[in-house]
Each structure stands twice: as C-alpha cells, then as structure tokens.
Design a protein around this ligand. Structure first.
Ligand SMILES: *[C@@H]1O[C@H](CO)[C@@H](O)[C@H](O)[C@H]1NC(C)=O
Ligand SMILES: *[C@@H]1O[C@H](CO)[C@@H](O)[C@H](O)[C@H]1NC(C)=O
Ligand SMILES: *[C@@H]1O[C@H](CO)[C@@H](O)[C@H](O)[C@H]1NC(C)=O
Length: 474
C-alpha cells in the first residue's frame, strides 16, 4: 500500500492544537451512554460483563490505545492550522478553482462554495429518490422494555452514574445530558418534569431528585411510561429521512467523480477514502431537525470500529463508526431555517455540563440554534468538512474532538436536502492497516488498490453502520 499518494505538502489535517483540555468523557458517562445506546443491538451480554467488571471504577480513564508502531504506510502529518477566515485556493477539478475558507479551529472546519455543481446536486437528489428514503429514526417499542429488564444494573448504580457532580441529587441537567435515557426521544426540561409527574418521582416538584426520592422510584414505571407514550416525529432526536448511495467501482460516474474530489479535498490516502462509507443522502421536510450530536464516538480500549471489527477478530463490547472526517454537502437552497449549528465551535473552554444552563439546552436545534457559536447557512453546492478526531501528534487519529458537536436546525420552510461523506479511519493504526490488507487480499494480488473498492464496498456493507442501515447498491 502506497503512502499518501501524490498528495505532497500542505495537507489539511489537524495539527495537535496546543493546550487543548482533555475530553471530559469519564468512564461512568461512557457506560451510561453505551448502556442505552446499545439496547437496540442487544449487545447486552458484553455490556453487563463490562458494567460488572468496571463497577466501582469511577476514575476518568481517557487513555487511548497507544498507536501501533508505524509500518510506514499511511501518513497523516499534522500541519499548522490557518486562521479563521483564511482562504485557500484549491484545484479539485481540472480547470476549475475552488476556494476553501476556514470557519473554525475547534473543530477544524472548512467551507468550500460550489464544490458540487447544480446538476450534480440535482442528480444526487434524483438518485436518492429513485432508491427510496427511509425514516432516519424509529422508536423502539416492546424491545425497549424487554431489553431494559434484561439489564441488571442496580438502581444505586444508575443514580451514581447519572449524578455527575456527586452531590447526592439528580439535577435536571444531569438527567438531560443522557438523552439516550429517552430511548430516542429528545428530552427537554418540560418532558422530564412531565415524566416525573407521571411516575410520581418528584413529590416536592422541585425538579431535583434526591437519593431518597430516587430510591422510592420503581425504575420499571419509568420504562413503562417511556414505552407507552406515543411520540411525535418532532420529539425525536432526529427527524429526517435518508438513504445510501454506492460510490465504488461501477457506480454512476458522478458518484465516482465526487469520491475522487473528496479524496483531493481531504488529501487522505485513496485506499482510506475508497473503503469508507457510501454517500448518505438526507431529506428534512418542513419541521425536520437533528439535535446536536457527534458523528463518531469516543475511543476506549474496549471500543471497536464498525468498519474494522470483522478483520480485527476482537469481540469488543462497544462499537463506534470511527468517522475521522465528515464532508457535508448542501444539495439545495433552503427557504427557511435548516442551518448547520456548531454550538461550541471555537469556544474558549468546553464543559459538557455547561451545555444546559437555566433550562436552555444548547444542543436543542429546534429551540436554541440562535445561541450556538457558529451556524452555516445551507447553500446549494457548498461543502463543509471537519475533523471529528484530533491528531495523536504522531500522524494518526487521536482522541475525539468534542468541539465537533453539531446539529441540523429546524427547517421552518421548504425542504432541505444534504449528503454526507464520512471517512472512516480506525484510531488503532494496526487495525486500520490489517483491514486494508484484508480488503486488498480479498480482491486478489494482481488488482491494484484503486480497483479494490468493489470488495471494500461489500465489506462495508457486511460491517454495516451502527444504525444497521442496509447499503444496497443502486
Ligand atoms: C482471526 O481468527 C482466525 C481464526 O481463529 C485466524 O485464522 C486469523 O488469523 C485471525 N486474524 C487476525 C487478524 O488475528
Ligand atoms: C441558491 O442561492 C444562491 C445565493 O444564495 C444563488 O446564487 C443560487 O442561484 C441559488 N440556486 C438556486 C438553484 O436557486
Ligand atoms: C464557553 O466558554 C465560556 C468561557 O470560557 C465558558 O464560560 C462556557 O461555559 C463555555 N461553554 C461550554 C458549553 O462549555
């Protein structure tokens, strides 16, 4: 496998920004998050084991697996970040000049107007419509209650995991931070209060659950309430429809051209880009939104990447998508709303618990987009791209960049069409190389890497995304 192709100097990769605080993803938080995130895939056994083994382990332990010794194959050299507003001319398509503007340094975020032509945008929308879109989020029903009953995590453990500041009380924001508690339903201060009333959890009505009040609570009532309530689309974390479009060998020439252009834009090794997820096309109708989230998860020693787990032979209890880079394309002009918000872009500091202040949740893209630090207005053909992970300082993917938190603001008028290209890189360099070698071997020795993407796409489909979406070829 060749090094970073012809891409020479000046790759737009994140340098390790000096003095960045370490992420505040403590292990308890991670456990709670994963407990609820993984109900759907019924990853319960591994999870129980992990919760059991790490019971009492309350120390934040963000240590990551050390990067494997470099076999010298892939280089993602960091370079100095330019200033916000800096413009750089790029030649992504022969005979055409694109301008790339830096929008923020935390996360490292760029905007490229006219990355796609109007015709290309229309074609992507057309292909997506031909293929058919499905709801991006559906609510789990009986499965949810059943799975919850299988999890034997004690009430006291749950309390301790939620009680972030360890003051023996659950403040509203401590509960709200764990949106996954709502099993896909977006929780607001009002909906939590409503739930407390329904299960008589908070007799004194102060919105704070003391340990005594929590002990009185039958957790089952809480799950029953969650399971029974009919939920409107507008109350979900994500209200959109999407589909996947194949970009590998034999795909529509425009889909191939876009993949090549993304390769030139990110200057990542072709084999990494070719082996990444297909293009996701998303439609938000009027009233649609996607509350702020990160495109990939934190990486702990127990975490596997969806794309490499099959070849890595590891039975890791958790899985994340390992989306190193997000390239987001706006496919149409939106009549009203639909901006992409980065609530904490370039904030001086970041503390997860500060996202919710006085009942204002900065992650809520239906209500609080105007309070976010940075908003990008959708404009047909524009691409924005950013890094979801920091550099590890040794030319590879490091820790999750929590500043990459972003969401899709409420579409107040018209329809919004976007597409996402995610570039998947395993933070464990050895596993990424193993994966690439395996894909190359699958294709056969005589075939060069560039032609290996048929197998890659298959392997990608087999690996599937965390959402269990099926990527059938178009
Ligand atoms: C995975 O396991 C199989 C069978 O146990 C073994 O043949 C193969 O070499 C392993 N692969 C890796 C990457 O460890
Ligand atoms: C989208 O809006 C931009 C200006 O914001 C305009 O130049 C462009 O022509 C519009 N495209 C369409 C298809 O209306
Ligand atoms: C953003 O930065 C300010 C100043 O450091 C800080 O007070 C605030 O809590 C930060 N916001 C978040 C969500 O951490």
């Amino acid at each position: 496998m060749a090094a970073a192709g012809g891409a020479a100097e000046g790759r737009p990769l994140p340098g390790p920004p000096g003095g960045r605080p370490r992420p505040v993803c403590s292990r308890p938080y991670f456990v709670v998050l994963m407990v609820f995130a993984h109900l759907y895939v019924l990853n319960v056994l591994g999870l129980l084991l992990f919760v059991h083994l790490s019971a009492g382990d309350a120390d934040p332990d963000p240590d990551l697996p050390p990067a494997a010794p470099s076999p010298g194959a892939v280089t993602c050299d960091p370079r100095l970040s330019p200033q916000v507003g800096h413009e750089q001319r790029l030649e992504l398509v022969p005979g055409r000049v694109h301008v790339m503007r830096t929008l923020s340094l935390k996360p490292l975020l760029f905007e490229i107007p006219d990355f796609l032509t109007e015709e290309e945008c229309k074609l992507i929308i057309h292909l997506a419509q031909l293929k058919g879109l499905q709801k991006s989020q559906i609510l789990p029903t009986e499965d949810y209650e059943e799975a919850m009953e299988m999890i034997e995590i004690s009430q006291m453990d749950i309390f301790n995991l939620l009680d972030h500041n360890q003051d023996g009380q659950l403040q509203l924001k401590e509960v709200l931070t764990h949106t996954r508690l709502g099993s896909g339903r977006w929780m607001t201060p009002e909906s939590v209060r409503e739930m407390y009333t329904a299960v008589k959890a908070d007799p004194d009505g102060n919105g704070v659950l003391s340990l005594e009040e929590f002990k009185q609570l039958n957790i089952r009532d809480f799950h029953k309430y969650m399971g029974s309530r009919t939920v409107k689309m507008s109350e979900l974390v994500r209200n959109s429809q999407h589909t996947w479009l194949y970009q590998g060998e034999g795909a529509h020439h425009v889909m191939r051209a876009i993949r090549q252009r993304v390769m030139r834009l990110t200057r990542l090794p072709p084999e990494i880009v070719e082996h990444s997820e297909p293009l996701q096309v998303v439609r938000y109708d009027q009233g649609g939104h996607y509350h702020a989230h990160m495109d990939s998860g934190p990486v702990f020693p127990e975490t596997a990447c969806s794309h490499t787990k099959l070849v890595a032979n590891e039975s890791a209890p958790f899985e994340t998508s390992c989306r190193y880079v997000t390239v987001l394309f706006y496919l149409n002009n939106v009549t009203g709303g639909g901006e992409t918000v980065f609530p904490i872009a370039d904030n001086r500091t970041y503390e997860e618990m500060s996202l919710i202040q006085n009942d204002v949740d900065l992650r809520d893209t239906r209500k609080n987009c105007d309070k976010g630090n940075l908003r990008v207005k959708p404009r047909q053909g524009t691409a924005v791209f950013w890094y979801n992970y920091l550099s590890d300082g040794e030319g590879w993917v490091g820790e999750l960049d929590e500043y990459s938190l972003h969401g899709g603001c409420l579409v107040t008028q018209g329809t919004k069409w976007v597409a996402n290209n995610w570039i998947n890189v395993d933070p464990n360099r050895w596993r990424q190389l193993q994966f690439q070698q395996e894909v190359a071997r699958y294709v056969g020795e005589d075939v060069d890497v560039g032609a290996g993407e048929g197998a890659a796409a298959q392997s990608q489909r087999a690996a599937d995304t965390p959402d269990s979406d099926k990527h059938a070829e178009l």
